[in-house]
Design a protein around this ligand. Structure first.
Ligand code: GCW
Length: 683
């Protein structure tokens, strides 16, 4: 028996070929030679579907049937035709046939093909978009997987094979739009020279159903067009944009539209000319309307003077509800601050009812350990989408307030800030691929659970051996809670190092700097306690939520403990539900976070025989960094907050391995963060 299992392991190891992670979840085995036909005149899209299935589908013959159906343009049906021992994928558009083909292959890869298939799917959101914060010089703002995928210097002549691979990966999970450039937009993207490059990408993406959008700099008519201003009510400005739109659509007839970050973090906008967000957004919407384009206008605005940054997007945008054109959608970050490991949802969801609102998630891990930490983000996305806003009775989840169903909006969208880059494995960390995957799958169908998505991702990306699947799934599903524990438990937030946001710096303070960029503004630690009072006695941000959420969040006794310090300034000796004091619970939470990551290491090391050496080692090394970082976070935060609480760290907890003053000396430069961390921590 022993020899047998040893042999099996050797054989398994032998079969696992050397690999670099570049294939993502698309690891179909070739030469299937299936019998695939289509009743439709071939288009590039249908050809892709035919070719994917012919090569990789190992089941009964498949007919791709295009006909008018009840499902939306992108919906499809897969049905078994038992009589003829065949299958049909039925849809009303070519792209939906391709989505059906990828779904069939997913069923095959995940062992879900049954004799009697009868599946109907239709996406929940109309636009399922990646936002790339890629700059024209090839760098990526908050990107942790190398340089930009877009080789602007080489375009339009040299074409990287990755462009098509990127489109294919997105199509396989139903992502149908991409914003190519950073919201901190360089006006140059709108020059004829760059538009020619954009056109080449759009042409490659089109057969995969991927629509191209651009982020635009609101000052473009001035900086690029030479006009004296960019005032949205200046007819010359509108004329400039009209001509620009005409130029774009001449090159890219199905161009999606503009994404705009205006009057936020130093970007120009309509307020520079005494105009409002409505004036700015509507001017651009009118320009795009004849071509069928839309404007995604971001609500990420906050002024340095405010008493509470968390309230600002709501205060700024609520008065404009219903005043935007019907091709404008307001893009709102999932939480009121900025992509923290945990935030309550933005109060704008459910509150803005007359204007469509879309969620913006961050797939790239700006505040979650970059591409060093294994954090499966699906539970974060799911938590937000399934949060009930109580806007209209009991079932007003964020998902329903944004998918067009609850308020009857014509357009609906969801965006994720991409984590892709030039790294061979696309995302830096092999497990970060799961976050791209999960975003796509949830955008298609937010009723899928994080567990289901992890299950299918692991089976496709690694293997379906129970001994691998179950522990790794468990690891993934607890990873988000772990990062919350070792970075910012109980609702603490924004205690990250200045600028690059890697590692803890709760002490970071400069009297002359914008206070809302500094951690003490958020944690407000003092000798009494810690946390931001957003209840009635404080900033009253809770009032922006519908009842009963406002009551629940505003009342310290009822407030969910994961948001306690988000909404309340809490005494160090305040008793939590489990009987511990706040101080002790903070200590145990940080300690628990460290333990969880140490457990992840133990789990992963046991997986060595089930995974190729390359990916095994990369993940192992990254888990080592994560474990050291978790200890760094724990020691930094506990030792710092202890200087206020003056209380002992419970004696059954592992003692700090750093000194506070040493940790306070760590200054990472963003470009060399990985090495710097290793050096300082190993010192
Ligand atoms: O999360 C913050 C980031 C900025 C980013 C900004 C935004 C693109 O720190 O890098 O800028 O939000 O979303 O506009």
């Amino acid at each position: 028996m022993k020899t047998y299992s040893l042999l099996a392991i050797i054989l398994l190891c032998f079969c696992l070929h050397a690999e670099d992670g570049s294939q993502l979840w698309l690891r179909y085995e070739g030469n299937a030679n299936a019998q695939i036909t289509a009743n439709v005149k071939n288009s590039k899209t249908v050809d892709i579907a035919l070719s994917e299935l012919t090569q990789y589908w190992k089941g009964a013959p498949v007919l791709l049937e295009k006909k008018r159906t009840k499902t939306t343009d992108e919906g499809f049906t897969i049905v078994s035709d038992k009589k003829n021992n065949s299958l049909k994928i039925v849809a009303s558009t070519d792209i939906a046939l391709l989505y059906g083909a990828y779904h069939l292959l997913r069923l095959q890869q995940t062992g879900q093909v049954t004799e009697n298939l009868n599946i109907s799917q239709t996406p929940k959101y109309q636009y399922r978009i990646l936002n790339h914060w890629d700059n024209l010089d090839g760098s990526i703002e908050r990107g942790y997987a190398g340089r930009s995928l877009w080789e602007w210097e080489k375009l339009p002549n040299e074409i990287s094979p990755r462009y098509e691979q990127y489109a294919r990966a997105n199509a396989s999970i139903g992502i149908n739009a991409t914003v190519l450039n950073n919201v901190n937009a360089n006006p140059k993207i709108l020059t004829q020279e760059y538009l020619q490059k954009v056109k080449v990408l759009a042409d490659i993406f089109r057969p995969y159903g991927l629509k191209v959008f651009l982020s635009v700099n609101f000052a473009s008519p001035k900086t690029l067009g030479g006009l004296p201003d960019a005032d949205p009510l200046n007819p010359e400005v509108a004329k400039w944009w009209k001509a620009k739109a005409k130029e774009i659509y001449a090159l890219i007839p199905d161009f999606g539209g503009f994404l705009v970050k205006a009057n936020s973090e130093g970007q120009s906008g309509p307020q520079d000319y005494g105009r409002s967000h409505v004036d700015g957004a509507n001017m651009l919407a009118d320009v795009l309307k004849p071509f069928g384009g839309i404007v995604m206008w971001r609500a990420f605005v906050y002024a340095p003077s405010s008493d509470d940054r968390a309230k600002q997007a709501y205060l700024e945008f609520m008065p404009f509800d219903g005043k935007f054109r019907d091709n404008v959608i307001i893009q709102v970050k999932n939480g009121p601050i900025d992509f923290q490991p945990r935030e309550p949802v933005s109060a704008l969801f459910g509150a803005m009812q007359k204007t469509p609102v879309m969620v913006e998630f961050q797939i790239t891990q700006e505040y979650l350990g970059f591409s060093n930490h294994l954090v499966y983000l699906s539970p974060l996305f799911e938590e937000c989408l399934q949060t009930d806003t109580y806007a209209k009775g009991q079932t007003s989840t964020v998902a329903k307030t944004t998918d067009g169903s609850l308020f009857g909006h014509r357009i609906s969208a969801i965006a994720g800030v991409a984590n892709t880059g030039s790294d061979v494995n696309w995302c830096g960390h092999d497990f970060a691929q799961a976050n791209w995957y999960a975003f796509g799958r949830l955008a298609w169908n937010y009723e899928l659970t994080s567990e289901q998505i992890a299950d299918e991702w692991i089976k496709q990306t690694f293997n379906d051996k129970k001994e691998f699947l179950e522990p790794v799934k468990g690891l993934m599903l607890s990873s988000r809670e772990a990062v919350v524990d070792y970075m910012m438990p109980l609702g603490l937030h924004h205690i990250f190092a200045m600028g690059h946001h890697y590692g803890p710096e709760p002490w970071c303070y400069f009297p002359n700097m914008r206070q809302d960029w500094l951690p003490p503004y958020y944690h407000k630690a003092d000798s009494e306690g810690v946390g931001f009072d957003r209840s009635k006695t404080g900033s009253n941000a809770v009032a922006q939520y519908f009842p009963p959420l406002n009551e629940k969040y505003g009342n310290i006794e009822q407030c969910p403990e994961e948001f306690l310090l988000w909404f309340h300034h809490v005494a160090w000796d305040y008793k939590l539900k489990n009987g511990r004091t706040l101080w002790d619970e903070l200590c145990y939470s940080y300690d628990n976070g460290v333990k969880e990551v140490r457990d992840f290491q133990k789990i992963w090391d046991r997986m060595e025989n089930y995974v190729d050496a390359e990916r095994f080692e990369l993940v192992q090394t990254k888990l080592q960094i994560q474990a050291r970082d978790a200890m760094w976070w724990k020691d930094a935060c506990l030792l710092y907050f202890q200087s206020f609480s003056q209380l002992p760290i419970p004696y059954d907890i592992e003692r700090p391995v750093h000194k506070l003053d040493q940790l306070q000396k760590i200054k990472l430069s963003i470009s060399n963060h990985e090495n710097a961390i290793l050096e300082t921590i190993n010192r």
